[in-house]
Structure formats: structure tokens, C-alpha cells
Design a protein around this ligand. Structure first.
Ligand code: NAD
Length: 402
């Protein structure tokens, strides 16, 4: 079979533990036999991040800015225990955090759905994608625990000398105080990424805040989104797509009664909570994809889950594991599809479609990894190990591409 050609390299970011093992299996079985892979490889595995003093993470983000499309394996975010385990020079920051701040991006998470795994919410027929603003609010908040009676104030001292001051509360006794912020710049980037991704995936965009209560803070989000929307409105109208703003409580009620099939943009905290609700309700973290989209249209595809440490230790002990590679395969297919679209390579787009279709063929025939067995209804699944699951996908992919 003639291999499918590429013109621009993908930025390939390798990772850690069980997902690093899956990464190689996926490449060997599902990619290299079919695609003449052009990739610029960055090893974000923790040992090499430590060896390069994390420079490799910065280089990989720069490469993503240059080429526009990256695919990333899950990586360890070091903590104290990992410092000892890997004898690290420093507690390096989360690579995802570094890449996200360098690309100024928004993360979109969407479930991979199949007919035999029914969402907990019966009306959901199509996936719901959560777009979470990844900067500020309570995540960059400062707090005070006041032990006594007193006055709490919010003060802004402008560079021009202009000063604004409001009383938060006259405390008659002990209490708690919190200060948080966001910037127009970050909200604007978030809005651009959301409208771009809605057009990319041909889905409506919902956005919700609590601007009836938060008349300046949350209202500013609504205002910025409405302004940015004007740049995209014509294209939305042309495609029959909708931008829909509503209160967060109204949004929650509508989401539960909806059929799905749209993007729900959320402020940082709302997105944190709602993405866990949506992913659990759709079935499994192992079936959740994630893509980082920058406001100037750069893409980094990955699985939403981590490095599956528990399985990795089993693997090291020589035990067989049944880790689900679906989200990692879909990270690759997402990246190939985007590269194909940008470079006008219909063969590459078709390969991405067929790769995903071969995954669905496999699952729909009941060949699954262990984590899915108890979630399936209407068929009797057979659990296989990761290697045999990937081999089963390969057989079906070969047939489809023949
Ligand atoms: P995890 O997602 O790796 O695993 C949590 C649990 O979910 C597992 O024990 C397993 O039961 C299940 N699970 C997740 N993915 C699965 C899959 N593909 N197949 C089968 N079961 C699956 O999260 P964790 O254990 O909290 O973190 C492990 C490591 O991953 C940590 O070092 C953390 O820093 C890192 N992490 C990385 C990312 C990322 O790179 N995007 C995200 C989250 C966690």
C-alpha cells in the first residue's frame, strides 16, 4: 500500500508512563504502516524534561506556534513524591500549563460517544463540548481570614493616579474575604478561541455567566463575547449557527433537557465543575478528548486523562494491562485531520476519518478495554488487553483503507 504523504510536520510531544507505552503502540500499528509521518519530535517525558531543565517543553510550544498543529501524550506533573521517584532537579511546572500560557489557549473537551454506552442523561444524543476559560477568577484569587471586627475594602490605584475604593463589608465579627481578577485581554482571547472552534466544528456556541448578580465582573465577560461575536456573526449566519448567551442557572437547566451537539463555554470555575459532570455523565474519562485552541488558530490535541500510573506499575511488574487508548488515538486523528485541512490534503483527512471509524467498528463489535465493560448496554463485550485492542483496530483500518 502506498503511504499517505504529508507536507508540513506535526509537532509530536511524547509523554510518560502507560500513555507513553500506548503512544508507541499506536504509532507502530495504526500510523507508520499507513502514513509517511512527518513530525518534529519533542520528548516531554519527565526524565528528558529534567535533563533539559524543562527547555524541551518551551521548545515544543514554540514549534506549535510555528507549525500550527501538535499532538501530545499525557505527561506527569511533578509533585513531592515524583521529585524523589525521578530524582528531579526542580519541581517542574505542568507542561500543559506552560503550553497553555504560551499559546494563550482555551481547552475544549468532548466525549467520544458510541451507541452501546448510554449517557446518564437520557435526552443527550450528541456530544457536549465544554470550553473552559483557563485564566484567573478564583484560581488567581487572594484571600484573608479576618479574626475580628473591622472593614474590608476593594481598592484600585490606577497608574494615572486615579483611585477607586469600595467597602466590601463592615465586619461585626470574624469572617472571610476574597479578591479575584480577570483581564479584558484574556477574556477576548477566550472568546476568539470559542468562536473559531465553533466554526471549525460547525456547532452552536452557548456561553453562560451570572451577570444578574455580578453586574460588572460577569457582565464584562458577556460584553466582550458580544463584541467579539460581531467579527464572526456573518459566518455564523451563513452556516445557520447560533451564538446563545444565557444565565448559568438557565444554561444548566437547558443542558440537561437538550439533545447535545453544541459547545458550552464556561468561566474558569464553572468549566472546572461542569467538565467533570459532563464527562462522567457521558461515561468515561478514558473516552474524553481535549484540544487546546489559541486565539490565532494553533491547535494542540491530546487525551483528557493522565498517564494512568496505576496501570504503568502493573506493566512494569510484567502484568498485562487493558488501558484504553481511544482518547490518545483520537488526539492523533484530530491532529492529522487538522493538518490535512490546513495543507489541503484530502487523503490525510480521509485517513483520520477512517482511523476513527475503525475504532468505532471495533467497539461496536464488542471488542473493548476493561474500563468499558461495565458501561456497555445491549451487547456482550469481550475485554482485551491494550495491544490486542489496537491490533483489532488495525485489522479494521486495513480493510477500510484497502
Ligand atoms: P489518570 O487519568 O492517569 O488516571 C485516573 C484513573 O482513571 C486511573 O486510575 C484509571 O482508573 C482511570 N483511567 C484514566 N485513563 C484511563 C485509560 N486510558 N484507560 C483506562 N483507565 C483510565 O489520572 P491520575 O492517576 O490522577 O494521574 C496520573 C498522572 O497523570 C499524574 O502524574 C498526573 O500529573 C498526570 N496527569 C496528566 C495529565 C495530562 O498530561 N493532560 C492530565 C491529568 C493527569
Amino acid at each position: 500500500m502506498k503511504k499517505i504523504q504529508m507536507t508540513t510536520p506535526l509537532v509530536e510531544m511524547d509523554g510518560d508512563e502507560m500513555t507513553r507505552i500506548l503512544w508507541k503502540m499506536i504509532k507502530d500499528e495504526l500510523i507508520l504502516p499507513f502514513v509517511d509521518l512527518k513530525a518534529e519530535y519533542y520528548d516531554l517525558g519527565l526524565p528528558y524534561r529534567d535533563e533539559t531543565r524543562d527547555q524541551v517543553t518551551f521548545d515544543s510550544a514554540e514549534a506549535t506556534k510555528k507549525y500550527g498543529v501538535a499532538v501530545k501524550c499525557a505527561t506527569i506533573t511533578p509533585n513531592h513524591q515524583r521529585m524523589d521517584e525521578y530524582k528531579l532537579h526542580e519541581m517542574w511546572k505542568s507542561p500543559n500549563g506552560t503550553i497553555r500560557s504560551m499559546l494563550d489557549g482555551t481547552v475544549f473537551r468532548a466525549p467520544i460517544t458510541i451507541p452501546s454506552i448510554k449517557p446518564a442523561v437520557k435526552s443527550w444524543e450528541k456530544p457536549i463540548t465544554i470550553a473552559r476559560h483557563a485564566y484567573g477568577d478564583v484560581y488567581k484569587g487572594v484571600e484573608i481570614r479576618n479574626e475580628e471586627e473591622g472593614t474590608a475594602k476593594l481598592v484600585f490605584e490606577g497608574k494615572s493616579g486615579k483611585k477607586e475604593e469600595v467597602v466590601i463589608h463592615e465586619f461585626k465579627g470574624p469572617g472571610i474575604i476574597q479578591g479575584m481578577h480577570n483581564t479584558d485581554r484574556s477574556i477576548r482571547s477566550f472568546a476568539h478561541s470559542c468562536f473559531k472552534y465553533a466554526l471549525d466544528t460547525n456547532q452552536d456556541l452557548w456561553f453562560s455567566t451570572k451577570d444578574t448578580i455580578s453586574k460588572k465582573y460577569d457582565a464584562q465577560f458577556r460584553i466582550v463575547f458580544e463584541e467579539v461575536f460581531q467579527e464572526y456573526k456573518e459566518e455564523f449566519d451563513k452556516r445557520g449557527l447560533e451564538y446563545f448567551y444565557t444565565l448559568i442557572d438557565d444554561a444548566v437547566a437547558r443542558v440537561i433537557r437538550s439533545k447535545g451537539g453544541y459547545i458550552w463555554a464556561c468561566k474558569n470555575y464553572d468549566g472546572d465543575v461542569m467538565s467533570d459532570m459532563v464527562s462522567t455523565a457521558f461515561g468515561s474519562l478514558a473516552m474524553m478528548t481535549s484540544v487546546l485552541v489559541s486565539p490565532d488558530g494553533k491547535y494542540e490535541y491530546e487525551a483528557a486523562h493522565g498517564t494512568v500510573t496505576r496501570h504503568y506499575y502493573k506493566h512494569l511488574a510484567g502484568e498485562e494491562t487493558s488501558t484504553n487508548p481511544m482518547a490518545t488515538i483520537f488526539a492523533w486523528s484530530g491532529a492529522f485531520r487538522k493538518r490535512g485541512e490546513l495543507d489541503n490534503l484530502p487523503e490525510l483527512v480521509k485517513y483520520a476519518d477512517e482511523l476513527e471509524a475503525a475504532c468505532f467498528d471495533t467497539l461496536n463489535e464488542g471488542i473493548v478495554t476493561k474500563d468499558l465493560v461495565n458501561l456497555m448496554e445491549g451487547i456482550t463485550p469481550t475485554a482485551v488487553n491494550s495491544e490486542n485492542f489496537i491490533k483489532a483496530i488495525r485489522q479494521r483500518l486495513e480493510k477500510r483503507l484497502a
